[in-house]
Each structure stands twice: as C-alpha cells, then as structure tokens.
Design a protein around this ligand. Structure first.
Ligand code: ADP
Length: 452
C-alpha cells in the first residue's frame, strides 16, 4: 500500500482547504455523512495512508470508530478497548491514549525512532512511521480524536499539517456537538410526538368506551321503557276486566280488551325474541330456521289487526291489507320468523309516519317460485344515502321529527338477517316526505343457500 505523495502546500492552500472543510461541516446535520466526507478530504490533503475519527459514546464511555479509511473498524475498536491483544488494526494504542489523556495533538515524523513512542510494542510491530493525531474538544469536553498515519514514509506530516488539522478539529468538534444536539432534539421531539400520539389514542379509546357505555345505558333505558309500556296497558285491561263483576262492559268491549291484551303480549314477546336473537348473533351463534308449510293470509290478517293497537297508531293512521284473491296462499318457511320480519316492518312504518297516513301490507306472487311481501307507508321516507345504511347494526336515521321516538337500530339489521336465512332478499325504496316501501322476496319452498 502506498500513501499519497506528500507535498508542501502553500499557506493559501491550507486556508482554502480549511474553508472548504468548514463549509462542508456546516452543510449537513447528518454527523455520519459529515465525518465521512471530512476524513476523505483530510487524507487526500495531507497525504495520509490511513485515517479514522474516533468518537466517545457519551452514554457508555466507549470508543466508536467513525469515518474509517483503509483500516478495519472493528479491529480499531477491539485494539483500543484492549479486547484484541494482537493489534490487528496495527495502530498505536500508546499514541491514541496519549492524545486522549493529555488532550494535546501529537505529530511524529517517524514513530519508530520517536523517543516518546519507540518503546511501544504496537509502534514497532505495526512499523508506524508518520503519525498525526489531534483531539476533538468542544466546550472543554473531549469528544474523540482524528488519527492519520503513513506506515511507509517518514515525515509525511508537517507542523503546517498539524495546525491545519487542529483548526479543522476545532470546527469539527463544534459541528459534532451541533449534530449531537440536533439528534437529541430530534429524538426528544419524536418521543414527544409518540407520547402525544399515544395519549391521543388512549383518549380516543376512552371516548369510544364512554360512547359504547352511553349507548348501552341508552339501550337498557329504551328496552326497560318499551317493556314497561305494554305491561302497564295489559295490567290496566286485566284490572278493568276483573273489576267488571256485573258484566257491564258488554261483549264487544270485552273482546276488544282481550284483543288489545293479546296484541300487547305479542309485542312483548316479539321484543324479547328480538333481543335474544341479537344477543345470540353477537355471541357468534347462528339462528336456525324451523321450516314448515303454513297459510300466509291468516298471519297477515293477524299482523294488521294486532298493529291497530300499536302504541304509535293515532286516529289519523289507516292500516290496510292488500292480498289478491288468486294469491298462492301456502309457503314453506319459519312462521315465527316471518311474523318477526313483518311485525318489525309494520311497527317501523307506523312509527316513522308520526303524522298519520296509510300503511299497507301487500302480498303478491312473483312467478311460481317466489312471493313478495311489501310494507308501504306514506310517512317520512328517507334519502337514498340513508336507505343504504338502514340494515346495519345500531344504525338509526336521526331526524328532528322523530327525536323523541326511541329505537335501538337493531330491528332492520335483524330483519335482513332473518330474510337472508330464508334465502330471500329485502330492499327499500324511499323518498323523503313521500314514504317508503320495504319489499321482502321469499322462495315459496325451502331453499338451500348457495355459497359462492
Ligand atoms: P329503530 O327503529 O330501532 O331505530 P331499525 O333498524 O328498525 O331501528 O330502523 C333503522 C332506522 O331506519 C330508523 O332509525 C329509522 O330512522 C329508519 N326507518 C326504518 N323504517 C322506516 C320507515 N318505514 N320510514 C322511514 N324511516 C325508517
């Protein structure tokens, strides 16, 4: 290996180089990149064979080789930490230690003959000749050293080189200190940002938990309320009937009372079934369909009759049934579940037509294989966008007109599930202020779901 030919640079060259190096040091806050470029330039300028910058790790006190040229980085660190007694790096530990302890620069024209270092085994074994080593000091703190040598030629480094390298070392020390400060600042900023994100995440999670718990208590409040209402009505009718020991009510009134009691108990049963179904689905347990063949018309008639007693019905409401005489009447399905579906749609149609209007339950054949059941209303209706969200769990379309009408947003979610269990489809056509039509299309016979 041959070193660059030493030259005797003009003082102007020193200044120019120092200026270039100074600019270089200030050009970047990336410490690693700064040191790499600096050692390259210094080696070329002073004609060194090898060189490196050694930095002291502030936290551990260990030496870290940076910007190493023509020497193995690990070998340097091993030699200086005395792990490697063979001195694979072939550098002088004595000279490096000397600079680190005295904090004074060392220049040797021929280390092997230098009375200060000649006795050192490392110097003799490594055949060290020209050596130049300067400390890096910033604000009185030792940051490391710059080490340059040439094992072949003597007197490569002059006093000029020494003063230039010392001046460069001063600038480099400030740059290193700045880069470290910047690095610390960046890290502490990153840490702050991370903490901030973490806090934000925790706050969001807390809000989500609070929201979930609020929804849950709203839900419990609503359910308790909804269950209590029909019960109170049932109790009222039963008490009146029990007190009528003289039979003054008359048969017609009595029949109406019995029908109201039946309607409200059915409503209670529907609600309890709905809650049980949803909790079953939430627990990941599928609902099953108990198929049997039954007559549709009596079920539809019963549903319309029953809903005349629904609590949101006003004298301005009209409830109709529209089933053509030639409608094929039998269907193979789960009667309770079809009852649940239509009951939900009818209750909604009444509930969301708060100013009254006509609610019609329609049944018609769709070819030989299918039946379409429709619940039409002339109520509030909704936009296409609102309609597209209807069948999702807990989804409610909030509107001022129905703020005081309680709901869980579970009804249509369950309805869709029940329809699909029958391999049927449910759709909604609606327009704001005009009303809605919910259509359920069902196969007349038990059908296996095709899984695509
Ligand atoms: P809930 O009635 O308990 O809120 P649903 O799942 O039954 O839950 O309905 C979801 C939303 O769809 C309701 O909040 C309501 O705004 C809207 N909706 C349902 N049926 C109708 C209808 N016939 N007309 C207008 N809006 C309706």
């Amino acid at each position: 290996m041959t070193g660059a030919t030493p030259s005797t640079p003009e003082p102007n060259d020193y200044l120019a180089t120092l200026l270039t190096l100074g600019q270089l040091l200030n050009s970047s806050l990336d410490l690693h990149q700064v040191l790499e470029t600096a050692i390259e330039q210094v080696i070329a300028f002073v004609g060194a064979e090898r060189g490196f910058i050694l930095l002291v790790d502030m936290e551990t006190g260990r030496f870290v080789g940076e910007a190493v040229r023509n020497i193995d980085r690990e070998a340097i660190e091993a030699t200086l930490s005395e792990r490697d007694q063979t001195n694979r790096a072939e550098i002088s530990r004595t000279i490096v230690q000397n600079v680190l302890t005295t904090r004074e620069a060392v220049v040797s024209v021929n280390a092997m003959d230098d009375p200060r270092f000649a006795a050192a085994m490392s110097v003799q074994f490594a055949n060290l000749r020209s050596v130049l080593c300067v400390p890096l000091i910033a604000q009185g703190r030792l940051l490391g050293i710059i080490y340059l040598d040439n094992r072949i030629r003597t007197a490569v480094f002059t006093d000029h080189h020494l003063s230039m390298l010392s001046a460069f070392a001063n600038q480099a020390s400030v740059a290193i200190e700045n880069a470290r400060l910047y690095d610390n600042l960046r890290r502490s900023l990153e840490e702050r940002l991370r903490l901030h994100d973490e806090l934000h995440k925790q706050a969001t999670q807390r809000l989500a938990v609070e929201e979930a718990s609020r929804l849950k208590s709203d839900f419990i409040g609503f359910v308790a309320h909804e269950l209590r209402n029909p019960l109170t009505t049932i109790r009222g009718y039963v008490q009146t009937l029990m007190q009528d020991t003289e039979g003054t009510l008359g048969d017609d009134v009595r029949d109406e009372f019995y029908e109201a009691i039946e309607a409200d108990s059915d409503r209670l049963l529907d609600m309890i079934n709905e809650l049980l179904d949803v909790s079953r689905l939430e627990a990941g347990r599928p609902l099953s369909v108990a198929y049997h063949e039954f007559q549709l018309r009596p079920l539809l008639e019963k549903l319309v009759r029953r809903h005349r007693f629904y609590k949101y019905v006003t004298p301005k409401h009209q409830l109709d049934l529209d089933v053509p005489d030639d409608m094929p009447d039998s269907i193979e399905a789960d009667e309770d579940k079809i009852n649940q579906v239509l009951s939900n749609l009818l209750s909604n149609a009444i509930k969301y037509s708060p100013d009254g209007g006509t609610v019609t339950l329609v049944a018609k054949a769709d070819g030989d294989s299918h039946i379409v059941l429709q619940v039409q209303d002339t109520g509030l209706g909704m936009t296409d966008e609102q309609a597209s969200r209807l069948f999702r769990q807990y989804e409610r379309v909030e509107r001022d007109e129905i703020r005081n009408i309680p709901g869980t947003g579970l009804g249509l979610y369950l309805v869709k599930h029940l329809v699909e269990l029958h391999v049927g489809e449910i759709t909604c056509e609606s327009s704001p202020g005009k009303g809605s039509v919910f259509s359920v299309r069902l196969p007349r016979k038990k059908t296996q779901a095709v899984i695509l």
